[in-house]
Design a protein around this ligand. Structure first.
Ligand SMILES: [Zn+2]
Length: 330
């Protein structure tokens, strides 16, 4: 009989360097796996590239690793990385053709990897962080739900009628693009983006696809288009802002397991009775988000809100259709 037991490190906050992140097995300090797959590091020359962590400490992509037992490393992490590498070599169509649960797991592993580095650090008696995620019960509840579905990497799992995230695939026009690789994640809102050459994936984790549906018009008008990097930045601002006002945490329920079962089936529930799905849209807060994303171009909030009813957009026309942009003219 297949062992379908899930691991729950949140019960006793078992975040240490000697527990496998995925199954909890006791390991030694040498057993680790990179948060960013080795193929990514090789392909985009990330090894020595610096990375700023939540506590403002600096590490490099190659130093950012998580505790992982040999079994999980060989059987779950490496095959997943190989599958994504192969699909990504065929661009957006390659990744879209893949079972989207795999893309979720791949992004989820990087997100969770940065998260548990934070949690392991917070568990150290020598560290008193300014803001400790591990002391926020609401956030911990969210992370716990998220880890439940991330374990589909290890325990065969079928999501009854949902994907635990929204995925946005964007193609970037190479003409004015000089960033071969870019990555961004926000621990609390669970928004994530990664850019691999001319291909960008933006993801909001743990929203059961709701943000994807809410922003359906955006993905519709940009489909098949090559975006200018500034348009990608705005796209990210819209998705990250939606994650910021997203106000519910899905719950997941495992259907009772019979001895002959070879996988788990998960159902989900979102309480939209006691909570609104989205907090109200706040134009100033959105403008802040956009200003942040547009930093490389030095565009300030004032300019963004010149017309207070219609914030500055490089992506859409006033009629909400796509605004083609080959070169940025300002
Ligand atoms: Zn393991």
């Amino acid at each position: 009989m297949l062992d379908l037991t899930l691991y729950d490190p949140f019960g006793n906050m078992q975040f240490t360097d000697t527990n496998c992140f995925l199954c909890g097995t006791i390991i030694t300090h040498e057993h680790r796996t990179p948060v960013f797959g080795e193929w990514l590091q090789d392909k985009y020359n990330l090894g020595k590239k610096e990375l700023l962590l939540l506590d403002k400490s600096v590490t490099t992509f190659s130093q950012l690793t998580i505790p992982c037992c040999d079994h999980c490393h060989t059987h779950y992490v490496l095959p997943l990385e190989a599958e994504i590498e192969e699909a990504a070599s065929n661009g957006i169509t390659g990744l879209q053709a893949l079972n989207q649960q795999k893309v979720f797991q791949w992004i989820g592993k990087m997100y969770y990897g940065t998260l548990i580095n934070e949690l392991i650090k917070e568990a150290s008696p020598y560290v008193t962080p300014e803001y400790a995620v591990s002391e926020d019960p609401k956030m911990l509840g969210k992370f716990r739900s998220f880890f439940q579905v991330l374990q589909s990497m290890r325990v065969p799992m079928v999501f009854s009628d949902f994907l635990p995230c929204s995925l946005f695939f964007v193609e970037v026009n190479p003409a004015e693009d000089d960033l071969p690789f870019e990555y961004q994640d926000e621990l609390t809102t669970m928004a994530f983006s990664i850019k691999l050459g001319s291909l960008a994936i933006i993801c909001t984790l743990l929203d059961n696809g709701i943000i994807g549906r809410a922003l359906g018009r955006l993905s519709q008008v940009t489909e098949g288009q090559q975006l200018h990097p500034i348009q990608l930045a705005e796209y990210k601002a819209r998705v990250f802002y939606a994650a910021y006002i997203f106000n519910v945490v899905p719950e997941y329920f495992i259907r009772p397991v019979k001895p002959e079962d070879d996988h788990l089936v998960l159902d989900t529930l979102i309480d939209d009775v006691t909570n609104e799905i989205f907090n109200p849209w706040d134009m100033t807060a959105y403008a802040h988000m956009l200003e942040e994303m547009l930093k490389p171009w030095g565009i300030r909030e004032q300019e963004i809100l010149q017309n207070p009813r219609q914030p500055l957009s490089f992506l859409l026309t006033e009629e909400n259709t796509f605004r083609p942009m080959e070169k940025l003219e300002r």
